[in-house]
Each structure stands twice: as structure tokens, then as C-alpha cells.
Design a protein around this ligand. Structure first.
Ligand SMILES: C[S@@+](CC[C@H](N)C(=O)[O-])C[C@H]1O[C@@H](n2cnc3c(N)ncnc32)[C@H](O)[C@@H]1O
Length: 249
């Protein structure tokens, strides 16, 4: 279910991000458009785990405004296909990176079975109630034995009052889900913490410009509230960001 908090966080902020990058320059696009995956070290871990290589068709499910897929295209020469249900985020991804975007839900991927070489799904499963439906669809469209790279916000205990629209899985639930949906978990690691200053500076400049323009907008207030609640949960140790490499059985 799409909630007002999710629309503010994923759609309104995506449109504002594209606008801010238009002013600050293309060098800001990838750091600012990585929402949820954030660090280049995390993306590099996923790319190496999935053995990305030039020409691979990489499906990014819940691609947001496209930063991770654009990073993979630039660094590894993959051919991304973005899938994102929020219309303004889809437009932002297309405007920022000129990549093909399917505006669709991960529970109904408009692609043929066995048609993509590798898939990413970063920061998405915790925003979806029916996680199995998304994972089964990804499984359907991947070629046999293909890799799936996941970034998942995992809860260390059941969270009674999560930010609007979030459903954080426990580690045991995540492992069971992957298995039930036809994936073998190959490896998992906690997200590497270090982010180079050059990357975080560009992301923060975009954030500052958005704040200067939109801080009185109701969607800005809503998105900030979501962020604050999420950060509190991370600070308390209730949540962690996990990177996973799984393979289609
Ligand atoms: C935290 S953002 C991460 C965006 C991007 N993957 C990244 O790492 O920068 C979560 C994204 O999941 C998308 N999303 C939510 N529900 C979805 C669904 N059912 N199918 C596909 N994407 C979904 C949201 O619209 C949002 O863009």
C-alpha cells in the first residue's frame, strides 16, 4: 500500500532532487540519487558479488531516482532497466540519467520470464508488505542461476511503530523468504560504513538546496519526519543495513 509518507519520501523528494541536480551539475546526480544504498563501497560490494560485466542486463527493482543503476552502468558497463512505481521518481531517473524506466510495481514486472541477467533491489523490501510477491517476480524474470543483489533494512526485534509504510523483516524472515522464493543465499554482510567525503559532500549539497527551497512544504515535513524516525531506530540498534548476494536456483 502506498502511504502519504512514502509518496513524500520517494516521489516528491525525487522530483526535487532532479531539480537541485539541474542547478548544481551532473557530478551531483549519482550521490544524490542513491536513496537507501548511499555508499559507493556498498555498491562495489554488490557489483563484485554479482560479478557484473559489460553488457549485462541489470534490472533495478524499486530503482528510485536511479543512482545505483547509473553507478553500475558507469563503472561496469551494464545495461540497466529501471523499474519504479512512483511516477515523479521515474521521471527523475529518466531526466538525470537517460536510462530506460518502467513505471510499474515490483509485484507485476512487465518483462518476459528469463529475460534479465542480474537484478538489484536496494532498500525496497522493507517498504513492501508482500515481499514474497516481489521476490517471486524477480525470480521469474531472471535467467537461470542469475544473481540478485539486495540491500535490506533488517530489524533486530519486531518494530511496533515503524516510519509510515515500512515493514522491516527480521533476519530469520528474510532468509526464509529468499529460500521460499527460489533463491540460495550466497553471502551477507553489514553495509560498509565509510563514505568518502567527496560523495557525501555532493549528496549534502543537494539536500541543502532542497531544504532551502522546500522546507515549508508539507511533503518536506513528512519526509523529514520519516527520516528522523528511521535514524532513531538505527541509532538504537533496532535496525541495520544488510547487503545480500543470492542466486536463482
Ligand atoms: C529507499 S528507496 C530506494 C531507492 C533506490 N533503490 C536506491 O537505493 O537509491 C525505496 C524505493 O522502493 C520503491 N518501491 C516501493 N514499493 C515498491 C514496489 N511494490 N515495487 C517496486 N518498488 C517499490 C519506492 O518507490 C522507492 O523508490
Amino acid at each position: 500500500m502506498t502511504t502519504p509518507g512514502m509518496v513524500a519520501e520517494f516521489d516528491d523528494v525525487a522530483a526535487w532532487t532532479a531539480e537541485a541536480v539541474g542547478q548544481l551539475g551532473d557530478g551531483h546526480a549519482i550521490p544524490a540519487a542513491c536513496r537507501g544504498s548511499a555508499s559507493p563501497a556498498a555498491l562495489a560490494w554488490l557489483a563484485e558479488a554479482c560479478e557484473l560485466s559489460a553488457g549485462d542486463r541489470l534490472l533495478d527493482v524499486g530503482a528510485g531516482s536511479g543512482g545505483p543503476a547509473a553507478w553500475a552502468a558507469k563503472r561496469f558497463g551494464v545495461r540497466p532497466i529501471l523499474l519504479e512505481p512512483m511516477p515523479a521518481a521515474s521521471r527523475a531517473a529518466s531526466k538525470l540519467f537517460g536510462l530506460p524506466v518502467l513505471t510499474a510495481d515490483g509485484q507485476r514486472i512487465p518483462l518476459r520470464a528469463d529475460s534479465v541477467d542480474v537484478a538489484w533491489c536496494l532498500g525496497v523490501l522493507c517498504t513492501v508488505e508482500d515481499k514474497a510477491a516481489v521476490l517471486r517476480e524477480i525470480h521469474r524474470v531472471l535467467v537461470p542461476h542469475a544473481s540478485l543483489g539486495l540491500l535490506v533494512v533488517v530489524a533486530s526485534r519486531p518494530i511496533a511503530d515503524p516510519p509510515d509504510g515500512n515493514h522491516f523483516p527480521l533476519q530469520s524472515e528474510l532468509v526464509d523468504l529468499l529460500d521460499t522464493c527460489g533463491f540460495d543465499l550466497v553471502e551477507q554482510t553489514e553495509r560498509p560504513a565509510a563514505v568518502p567525503l567527496s560523495w557525501s559532500r555532493r549528496a549534502q549539497e543537494v539536500t541543502a538546496l532542497i531544504s532551502a527551497r522546500y522546507r515549508t512544504h508539507p511533503a518536506y515535513t513528512l519526509a523529514s519526519r520519516q527520516d528522523t524516525r528511521l535514524n532513531d531506530l538505527f541509532d538504537n540498534g533496532d535496525l541495520s543495513l544488510q547487503l545480500l548476494h543470492a542466486m536463482k536456483r
